[in-house]
Design a protein around this ligand. Structure first.
Ligand code: DX5
Ligand code: ZN
Length: 217
């Protein structure tokens, strides 16, 4: 069954404990969008916030680093309670080393590619990634429309990760709602990130998450 990673970017930041309580028995991961105002034109939160909610749940923390110079902060985010640390290919000069460093910290290593970034970046580092994140919007904000041109790339990514000698999750992020969720599930995604479709929905999180999985509500 496809995994759902609700993004707290669309949650009520003044009440994160309550928001996590609403989703924790329905979600598979919790997605944290860390933005630095440099790599993306928005600022969110850092490791102290992640650490402060680590006690709320044992669900894996799926930390999406949209920051320049991620190497500088890997240990801090690892210590904050992250389980998966995902870096953007566009931010790394020495990508193999960065991904290897994440694994050396005992965490799962994720590689994110923006919509315009070729899949070739993943080919050369396949042996050091545990998760490949295909962005289906340009990162920076929630509630943006899904870019349909990314669908063939998701299908190619699925074929690519089948060639690895270990399991790699195929995650998608941006513009995921019940209709686009069906498209990306069909394309082979195994983890769907969803912010507004979970936290800004008129449905309760349980129902919203079921719809993203393609289950009957
Ligand atoms: C975008 C973030 C996403 C965002 C998705 O920069 O990486 O995780 O929260 O939001 P929705 O699901 O509303 O498109
Ligand atoms: Zn994200």
């Amino acid at each position: 069954m496809v995994k759902i990673s609700p993004s707290l970017l669309s949650a009520d930041f003044s009440n994160l404990s309550f928001e996590i309580d609403r989703i924790k028995s329905h979600a598979d991961f919790i997605h944290f969008d860390v933005m630095d105002g440099h790599f993306v034109p928005n600022l969110t939160f850092g490791p102290m916030i992640i650490q402060s909610v680590r006690k709320n749940t044992n669900l894996p923390f799926d930390v999406h680093l949209m920051i320049t110079n991620p190497d500088q902060y890997l240990k801090t985010f690892a210590d904050s309670g992250a389980d998966i640390l995902t870096v953007h290919a566009e931010t790394c000069q020495t990508l193999y080393r960065t991904l290897h460093s994440i694994r050396s910290l005992g965490k799962k290593a994720g590689l994110a590619l923006n919509p315009a970034t070729p899949l070739a970046f993943a080919e050369n580092v396949l042996d050091v990634i545990d998760l490949l994140l295909i962005m289906t919007v340009d990162p920076g904000f929630g509630s943006q429309p899904f870019i349909q041109k990314t669908l063939p790339k998701i299908k190619k990514a699925k074929e690519l990760i089948k060639t690895a000698d270990h399991a790699i999750e195929l995650e998608v992020d941006g513009g995921i709602h019940p209709e686009t969720a069906a498209w990306v599930r069909e394309a082979g995604a195994t983890v769907l990130v969803a912010g507004s479709a979970v936290f800004s929905s008129s449905d309760e999180p349980r129902t919203a998450i079921k719809k993203l999985r393609g289950d009957k509500p």
